[in-house]
Design a protein around this ligand. Sequence first.
Ligand SMILES: CC(C)(COP(=O)(O)OP(=O)(O)OC[C@H]1O[C@@H](n2cnc3c(N)ncnc32)[C@H](O)[C@@H]1OP(=O)(O)O)[C@@H](O)C(=O)NCCC(=O)NCCS
Length: 192
Amino acid sequence: MAHYKKLIGKKCYLSPCSIEDAEKWTEWDNDMEVALPLGDEAYMLYSLDKEKEIIADVIKKQDHVFVIIDLQTDTMIGHCALFVVDRVDRKAMFGISIGDKSYWNKGYGQEATKLILDYGFNLLNLNSIMLGVFSYNQRGVNCYKKVGFKEIGRRRQARIIGDKKYDIILMDILAEEFESVYVKKVMDKQSG
Ligand SMILES: CC(C)(COP(=O)(O)OP(=O)(O)OC[C@H]1O[C@@H](n2cnc3c(N)ncnc32)[C@H](O)[C@@H]1OP(=O)(O)O)[C@@H](O)C(=O)NCCC(=O)NCCS
């Protein structure tokens, strides 16, 4: 699998995705521990063919989807994206999945999130980026808080699993609240 260093951090980098990534994506989306915090991945059937179609569509539409690569080993560990990009009001939604569970709780989620926010705020010139996270996903909530997202509200009982109902927590971050982790560094180098 060929990956390319588009946005580089200390632990990981973000690369465009390619069709060959589909096999890993299929494995992850069929892993219930990864899929349950995500959403429809838990109950929809994600086959290899479907994942290939999804990635082909991303490439065709030039969607803002990146794979997350461990810098040290060059291993693909997950993916993240900005979607529903609104050019008029300069806002977008954010989503992330670290499918390789051996990388959980090691700061990769926080760093990958900062890298894609840098891309969103400083290259797409967005002003507001929002996400939704299920109330049972404390790892996710903590990860986003540490990056600078703030809770702005909840959609109550919007997730039903068995006989339990959970809220979706909405969180956002503004451009003025974010400090560049990579783009500024490259710009400073360019301008001497
Ligand atoms: C959510 C996700 C992106 C977070 O990435 P990560 O690399 O595991 O998280 P990080 O290590 O960067 O940060 C998580 C923080 O939450 C903490 N944490 C972990 N589990 C926790 C729990 N059950 N309760 C409270 N805090 C928790 C970690 O200790 C860490 O904080 P720290 O830096 O102070 O130690 C990743 O775990 C993932 O993709 N999970 C599966 C799919 C998913 O949930 N996607 C997001 C849907 S909104």
